[in-house]
Design a protein around this ligand. Structure first.
Ligand SMILES: *Cc1c(COP(=O)(O)O)cnc(C)c1O
Ligand SMILES: *[C@@H]1O[C@H](CO)[C@@H](O)[C@H](O)[C@H]1NC(C)=O
Length: 495
């Protein structure tokens, strides 16, 4: 292939207008797809590395990031595409356990490609008729699964934004005068969330003007679940100060431990004190698809808003997240959403969101769900939990090498320390925990340099650094877990 883009103008002619334009276009795109498919093949090959780690200054030396003065030809662009993937971490590799979203669903990927080709914006039915109706159907299905017969929802750019929507909706529903009068119209509102909350809660407190001091962290039990009695005690304390407790954030699947807050007792307290119950099931929401695991979210239908990220346990491509939404952002932007259009304007979604344009996140999820059907998702979710059980069992068998921090994980998070030879058969004291914490960081460094495995780590509460392993790639098999445990020992035994 030797097309050359001689000038910017000609670039616009490249495709069908130019002589041979169609052929050139097709060859170029098929070559890009071939590069992607090659990358996917490598990602699924257990004998390849997960990453080829470079420090930022090294990467700047081996990769050409500069924007050139002159146009580059298509062959060069294909080289650029190849190089980009060469240094990218293979997040679909079965030895990548680092993040809440692991793996790469091929059908969802095809959906993302088609979405990009359609290149539309999700604000009106006028410009995205099929996608808008698709979103309508899938979100209705998700609300039915939660147990919300009425209600409304939207796909938002991530769980953090969905959670922010929940706070805004709650404020509007409970204090509608805020919309026109601002914060002065409100008593001091107080939000409650578990002490293990993801950092974004404080963000909502700051963004919405409640003040981060008014986001109260509720203590958790040993397994990381919010303690209802503690919530009630803190609610009473806020009332005694003359404040108005208004929002309780219940997490189903915490980021580190994967704990599920007990919804029913928290819902009872919310009813008693007239507070809005939000369930952040960004992580754990996928369990609702499995008859065997959905009991973990018992009571979720009592929530008034829910966040659920299909790009996590459900394995859809990034990004795909939903939060319940009602009419609060409707400022009636008539210039965009004329109410006298010739079709049912209830299908225009642009007026419901604080963004203007909205990315099409529905097609990749719809296509993937079609490919699996309801029964396929039961298998998908159950498999992730079966693999987690297998890992827990293996770790317990090797208790000289691994220290399991929470013995009965509720989600697919497994938290543990690796124990090198010199610390085996040593009493488990505070000093040993601190030493294991230091070893965790060193072992992660060795892992990255070897490029054979990726598992993330962090401290939590009084626990120094420990590994948090995630099994959310349905391609993970028992042999991958065997490999992981053996590889940790190979890399770390002499630390
Ligand atoms: C991942 C996660 C979020 C944030 O979701 P993003 O899509 O990354 O914005 C919020 N809450 C919980 C519990 C999560 O696991
Ligand atoms: C609720 O808690 C979750 C995780 O524990 C956090 O991510 C989220 O930001 C919180 N949301 C709100 C609205 O407080």
């Amino acid at each position: 292939m030797k097309p050359v883009i001689e000038s910017v103008c000609e670039k616009y002619d490249l495709l069908p207008l130019k002589e041979n334009g169609y052929q050139i276009t097709k060859e170029f795109l098929l070559s890009v797809i071939e590069i992607c498919v090659e990358f996917i093949k490598k990602s699924n090959d257990r004998s390849t590395k997960v990453l080829d780690f470079h420090q930022p200054d090294q990467l700047m030396q081996v990769f050409d990031f500069a924007i050139p003065d002159e146009p580059q030809n298509l062959d060069q662009l294909l080289v650029d595409c190849k190089d980009t993937l060469k240094y990218q971490v293979k997040t679909a590799h079965p030895h990548y356990f680092n993040q809440l979203s692991c793996g790469l669903d091929i059908v969802s990927l095809a959906g993302e490609w088609l979405t990009a080709a359609a290149n539309t914006n999700m604000f009106t039915y006028e410009i995205a008729p099929v996608f808008i109706l698709m979103e309508h159907f899938v979100l209705k299905k998700m609300r039915e699964i939660i147990g919300f017969p009425n209600g409304d929802s939207i796909l938002a750019p991530g769980g953090a934004i969905s959670n922010l929507y929940a706070v805004i909706v709650a404020r509007h529903a409970m204090f509608p005068e805020y919309k026109t009068k601002g914060l002065k119209a409100l008593p001091q509102l107080v939000l409650f969330t578990s002490e293990h909350s993801h950092y974004s809660t404080k963000g909502a407190g700051a963004t919405c003007g409640f003040g981060t001091d008014n986001v109260v962290e509720v203590p958790c039990d040993f397994n990381g679940r919010m303690i209802p009695d503690e919530l009630e005690r803190l609610v009473k304390q806020a009332i005694a100060k003359g404040h108005r407790p208004f929002f309780v954030n219940c997490t189903c699947g915490t980021t580190v431990l994967g704990a599920f807050d007990p919804i029913n007792p928290l819902a009872d307290i919310c009813e008693k004190y007239n507070m809005w119950l939000h369930v952040d099931a960004a992580w754990g929401g996928g369990c609702l698809l499995s008859p065997k695991h959905k009991h973990k979210l018992a009571g979720i239908e009592r929530a008034r808003s829910v966040t659920w990220n299909p790009h996590k346990l459900m394995g859809s491509l990034l990004q795909c997240s939903t939060g319940l939404l009602i009419d609060c952002n409707q400022m009636c932007a008539d210039y965009l959403f004329q109410q006298d259009k010739h079709y049912d304007v209830r299908f225009d979604t642009g007026d419901k969101v604080i963004q203007c344009g909205r990315h099409n996140d529905i097609f990749k999820l719809w296509l993937m769900w079609r490919s699996k059907g309801v029964s396929g998702y039961v298998k998908h979710i159950d498999h992730l939990f079966d693999m987690t059980q297998y890992m827990v069992k293996k770790i317990k068998e090797k208790s000289d090498q691994f220290y399991l921090i929470w013995e009965e994980p509720e989600c697919v998070n497994v938290c543990f320390w690796y124990i090198p030879k010199r610390l085996r058969n040593v009493a488990h004291t505070r000093e040993r925990e601190e030493e294991l914490g230091r070893i965790t960081a060193k072992l992660k460094g060795r892992m990255m340099n070897a490029g054979t495995l990726m598992i993330s780590y962090q401290p939590l509460g009084d626990k120094p650094n420990f590994f948090r392993n995630i099994i959310s790639n349905p391609g993970v098999k028992e042999k991958d877990i065997d490999f992981m445990l053996a590889e940790l020992d190979r890399l770390g035994h002499d630390l």
